[in-house]
Write a protein that binds this ligand. Structure first.
Ligand code: SF4
Length: 229
């Protein structure tokens, strides 16, 4: 582990405002995370965001973003989506992983939204997570973007980066979520995912993170980092 006493002595106090400001500058040139990019292109309803998140599960943004656009151009509302057959949805989303179960899940969400919620998904995490295939990550991210809910979405990048900083000490994404909810200022709850997904993909990568050129090296405790670049 790189967080030895001597390394600690060289570090500045960790200041989340400074860290996120520097990362905001750094990720400006990287592609936006898929769901934020979709919202920027006008697909910002809760239904559209939830569909996009389901499509992004275990699929790279480079694949899930164009696939989401293909599907949402064909059917962007629950009513329009419910009129498609699951097989038609599957054909449209073929490039993502698990197209068959994802098509069935999206169709089921559309049908239930029409039947139970008059065609409009409520901004309610419990309702969203009652749908098959929707976990806390997708529910929180969709609610944050579409409903302005202050919710932290912890995916593998947010989990890895915040633990390397030493900002939280947690073994699982669920524990990281609880720790961040206790510590992170609310103003950053939605933005954190938007910043740390591209930062985790390009700078604080899973193996050989680019610590030597990282904008927050002076504050990051580099917990668990064995082979920095
Ligand atoms: S790249 Fe290195 S210095 Fe930067 S946040 Fe990740 S572990 Fe810390």
């Amino acid at each position: 582990m790189a967080s030895t006493g001597s390394v600690e002595a060289e570090k500045e106090p960790f200041d989340i405002d400074t860290v996120l400001r520097r990362i905001r500058e750094t990720v400006r040139s990287f592609a936006d995370a898929a769901m934020f990019a979709l919202a920027a292109q006008g697909h910002e309803t809760l239904f559209e965001q939830l569909v996009a998140c389901i499509l992004s599960i275990r699929t790279r943004d480079e694949v899930s973003l164009p696939t989401s656009l293909t599907l949402l151009r064909r059917a962007s509302t629950p009513e329009a989506m419910s009129r498609l057959k699951p097989e038609e949805i599957e054909a449209l989303i073929r490039p993502v992983t698990f197209p068959e179960p994802k098509a069935r899940q999206i169709h089921a969400i559309a049908v239930r939204t029409v039947e139970e919620f008059h065609g409009k998904l409520p901004c309610d995490a419990q309702v969203l997570q009652s749908f098959k295939g929707v976990g806390p990550k997708c529910a929180h991210l969709a609610l944050g973007i579409a409903c302005g809910h202050e919710a932290i979405s912890v995916d593998i990048h947010v989990h890895r980066v915040t633990n390397r900083w030493g900002y939280v000490q947690a073994r699982t994404p669920e524990q990281t979520l609880a720790a961040l909810e206790a510590r992170l200022p609310r103003a950053y709850w939605v933005e954190l995912n938007r910043l740390l997904v591209p930062f985790g993909k390009h700078v604080c990568t899973g193996t050989r993170p680019k610590c030597s050129t990282c904008p927050v090296l002076s504050m990051c405790r580099q917990i668990g980092v064995q082979h920095p670049h």
